[in-house]
Structure formats: structure tokens, C-alpha cells
Design a protein around this ligand. Structure first.
Ligand code: DX5
Ligand code: ZN
Length: 218
């Protein structure tokens, strides 16, 4: 059966303390780390890339790393991220609609799982034909680029549609997810939950992570 997993986004943490912040999240019960990679083109913001991810991997050898590639050219970073032992390579389909299939193949050949991400304005129809070649679909519940934005309720039907048609698919939600918005996501069928500020900003990270997991599991 489908496992429910909580993957904190470290985007809004103190990035000068990336390792300590990441380790703290894992110690507090994070199932995986959601690493937001931005290139300043696909989204109007910059974060970090494979050199930083590789350093983090050096200090955290065993945790499951997802890189959320908010980049114009996802093909360019497949090998470097595989070299950083990334487990799940999630890229947006919007800039590469004609090449999604070969990209899925390349990601898998590089030894990683494939996630396909959809911006709020992209319909699930656009990803349908690729689902059999992917391990996970990410439904963005904010416009990608920044943490701390408001959850978009009108993304819920996309999750419902996916879950209805693909009972065994891993479905991730990302953006504005916290204790007040997770119930809708869970009821719609999301099983991989990204939360940034809701966890990073909490005084007691562990209790927020525990509560999020409890809600998705019931
Ligand atoms: C937004 C990122 C998200 C974001 C989540 O572009 O993809 O992962 O950091 O942060 P919150 O949970 O604060 O929206
Ligand atoms: Zn993200």
C-alpha cells in the first residue's frame, strides 16, 4: 500500500546552517528532504545547485533526497545530481513538454527516480501521457519560486483526479501546506507532503511533523 511521507523543504531555513538544519529535520522525524533548486529563469529566484547538494550528501549519506528542479533546462542537471546521489529528481514539465519522455528515461538511467511537477496553471491532462514513465507527480499548490505563500485550494481537484485514476501513484503537494491545509490534501489523496515554513517556523518541529503525518495517515 501507499506510504505517507513528510518531506520538509529547507528553502526558508537558515541556509548558512544547511547541514545542521537538515539533520535537525531528520532527527525530528522527516521522512525525506525536499531540496528546492532554482535557476533564476524558470522562476524569478535563486537558491543552490548540485555543488551544495553534493556537499550536503557528503555529511548526510543515508537520507532520501528529492531535488525539486525549478529550472529551465532539467536535462543539464541530471548527471550532476545523480553524482550527488540524489534519490528522486523532480522536474517541471512546462519548459520541456516535447521531451518529457526521453528525460524520464535519462533520469532513470542515471539511477534516480523521476518526479514530474506541475505549476498551478498546468492541467493534469498535460501529464497524463507520461504518468506510466514517472514515479511521482508533484502538484504545486503555490506558484513556484518562494516559500511562505498562501495555499491554493483550487489545486485540490487535480490531486483528486490523479488519485481517482492512479490508486498506487505517489502524489506530492508543495506550497503553503501546513496544519490548516493538509487535511484537504490528504483527503484528496496526496501521500507525499512537502512543508516549508509550517515546519521551519515552528517552535516544536517534531510535533508539527508528527501531526502532519497523523492527519495524512488516517
Ligand atoms: C516553492 C517551493 C516550495 C516551498 C515550500 O517554490 O517549491 O517547496 O519552499 O514552502 P512553504 O511550505 O512555505 O510554501
Ligand atoms: Zn518545492
Amino acid at each position: 500500500s501507499l506510504k505517507c511521507k513528510i518531506g520538509p523543504s529547507i528553502l526558508n531555513s537558515d541556509l548558512s546552517q544547511l547541514y545542521a538544519e537538515s539533520q535537525r529535520l531528520l532527527d525530528n522525524g522527516a521522512d525525506y528532504l525536499h531540496l528546492d533548486v532554482m535557476d533564476g529563469h524558470f522562476v524569478p529566484n535563486l537558491t543552490f545547485g548540485h555543488p551544495v547538494v553534493k556537499c550536503l550528501r557528503g555529511k548526510i549519506p543515508h537520507a532520501f533526497f528529492e531535488t525539486h528542479m525549478m529550472v529551465q533546462n532539467p536535462e543539464q542537471w541530471i548527471e550532476p545530481m545523480a553524482d550527488a546521489s540524489v534519490n528522486l529528481y523532480t522536474f517541471h514539465i512546462e519548459p520541456v513538454l516535447k521531451d518529457v519522455l526521453p528525460l524520464c528515461r535519462k533520469v532513470r538511467e542515471a539511477g534516480m527516480k523521476v518526479g514530474l511537477a506541475l505549476k498551478p496553471g498546468t492541467d493534469t491532462e498535460a501529464v497524463k501521457q507520461f504518468i506510466d514513465h514517472a514515479d511521482m507527480i508533484l502538484i504545486m499548490t503555490v506558484e513556484p519560486g518562494f516559500g511562505g505563500q498562501k495555499f491554493m485550494n483550487d489545486m485540490i481537484p487535480k490531486v483528486q483526479w490523479l488519485r481517482h485514476n492512479y490508486p498506487l501513484l505517489d502524489i506530492e503537494v508543495d506550497g503553503g501546506v501546513g496544519l490548516n491545509t493538509i487535511t484537504a490534501c490528504a483527503e484528496a489523496g496526496a501521500n507525499m507532503i512537502v512543508a516549508g515554513t509550517a515546519i521551519i517556523g515552528a517552535r516544536d518541529q517534531k510535533s508539527v511533523i508528527d501531526s502532519l503525518r497523523e492527519i495524512v495517515e488516517r
